[in-house]
Design a protein around this ligand. Structure first.
Ligand code: FAD
Length: 378
């Protein structure tokens, strides 16, 4: 067990936050036999992880060490999918992407770079792409389509349920609807998490609160620049021709939704546009996404918008994962990351190992919280 642990605590580790990151950490901790308590303010998967596009990939993750972290995250998902079977919500089949105009060159260069790193990235003919996805309309002038054979998408709420159930069977205590109001700090150590029902002591604390990380850690005097970036996804009714995999077309990305419909997202109708939009404007944005879907997936001609989901990405200021011990608090660890669906199982396992064995992971070395000018008040 890591630094300055109190030998009297009931629990070895208290995990705060049960999105994909916290849930996977609970799973990894519980399987070692550690005594774990896990708390969420609402329902597990009720945060960003339940409103994610959840594409498991490392296609645009730069520089190389961040790309490799995400590629390792994908491999960890494959291992977990084998362990959990259908309950794990893992849907392989790869992903397809094409570009037009000035973006074609960037795509060619990216596919070449990814392939040179050993990532499954290649070009296939337009006809082959059409045979894989008969519902797609790929413009005639697009001769080749990028195919990333190792990519997948995840039914993240399903995976979260499955890993928490597995952890519960190993003795983990899971408490939904239990907001942590504050952390009690004794000297330089976190003594307890304070809930409405009182304090809960644990020898170590792991903070996985996603987009509220900055506000959560601020009372400890820890300034962690985790920004909040809004995004919107639109869910349609079921199309008559099923989509099999993740597709990136100019102006739209989409994939099958667990409901049988399509999940649609865009890069331009995103971030501040969504944050500032009223509910009526968000409905309009959902309809605009559907219009785009009808152009690239004519099989969606008669589908309807069933719902739209707005999520808030936890976005570290330099866009890269933050994982490790909380600066200045001897027995507290944190994980905050974008790409958290791809990375959750890997980060959960690595941080569990660090907490229980007190051995820093070499893989996480470039992603430590200390890289930000962390300041702890006295
Ligand atoms: C539109 C969109 C598309 C995305 N697409 C992808 C993608 O394709 N691939 C990918 O890998 N990633 C994607 N992401 C990012 C990914 O979804 C996130 O990185 C990930 O879900 C973060 O998980 P998390 O567990 O850290 O946070 P969350 O899922 O938000 O979980 C944090 C939990 O902490 C709890 N909590 C907060 N405060 C407290 C408290 N005081 N006490 C107790 N509990 C508390 C919350 O209730 C919540 O359940 C996308 C995100 C968005 C919004």
């Amino acid at each position: 067990m890591g630094r300055r642990a109190s030998p009297l605590s009931t629990y070895d580790v208290a995990v705060v936050g049960l999105g994909i990151v916290g849930a996977c950490a609970v799973h990894a901790l519980a399987r070692t036999g550690a005594r774990v308590i896990a708390l969420d303010a609402g329902a597990p998967a009720g945060g960003t992880s339940g409103t994610s596009f959840a594409w498991l990939n490392s296609c645009k993750k730069e520089p190389e060490h961040y790309h490799r972290l995400n590629a390792e995250g994908m491999a960890e998902h494959r291992r977990l999918a084998q362990e959990l079977g259908a309950d794990g919500g893992h849907h392989d089949g790869g992903s397809l992407e094409w570009a037009e105009g000035g973006d074609e060159r960037e795509l060619r260069e990216r596919v070449a770079r990814l392939a040179s790193r050993g990532y499954a990235a290649d070009f296939i003919s337009r006809d082959r792409a059409r045979s894989m996805e008969p519902g797609l309309a790929i413009p005639d002038h697009v001769r080749e389509v990028a195919f990333y054979a190792g990519d997948a998408w995840l039914d993240a709420p399903r995976l979260i349920r499955a890993v928490l159930e597995a952890a519960r069977k190993k003795g983990a205590e899971i408490r939904p609807n239990t907001p942590v109001r504050s952390l009690r700090v004794d000297g330089a150590s976190a003594g307890a998490v304070v809930t409405d029902g009182g304090g809960i002591e644990a020898r170590a604390l792991l903070v996985c609160v996603g987009p509220v990380t900055r506000a959560f850690l601020a009372p400890l005097g820890v300034e962690m620049p985790i920004e909040r970036v809004y995004g919107q996804l639109t869910i349609t009714s079921r199309p008559p021709v099923a989509l099999q995999r993740v597709v990136h077309a100019p102006g739209l990305h989409f994939r099958p939704d667990a409901s049988g419909g399509l999940m649609l997202g865009t890069d331009d109708l995103n971030g501040p546009v969504i944050e500032a939009a009223s509910p009526a404007e968000r409905e309009e944005i959902a309809e605009r996404m559907l219009e785009r879907a009808r152009r690239v997936f004519p099989a969606a001609r008669d589908v309807k918008v069933m719902e739209y989901r707005v999520g808030v990405r936890p976005m570290p200021a330099d866009r890269h994962t933050v994982a490790g011990s909380v600066p200045g608090v001897a027995n507290a660890w944190m994980i905050a990351t974008h790409s958290g669906v791809t990375l959750g199982p890997l980060l959960g396992r690595l941080i569990a190992d660090e907490i229980l064995r007190d051995t820093p992971s070499a893989t996480l070395a470039p992603f430590r919280p200390e890289r930000f000018a962390a300041a702890r008040a006295s």
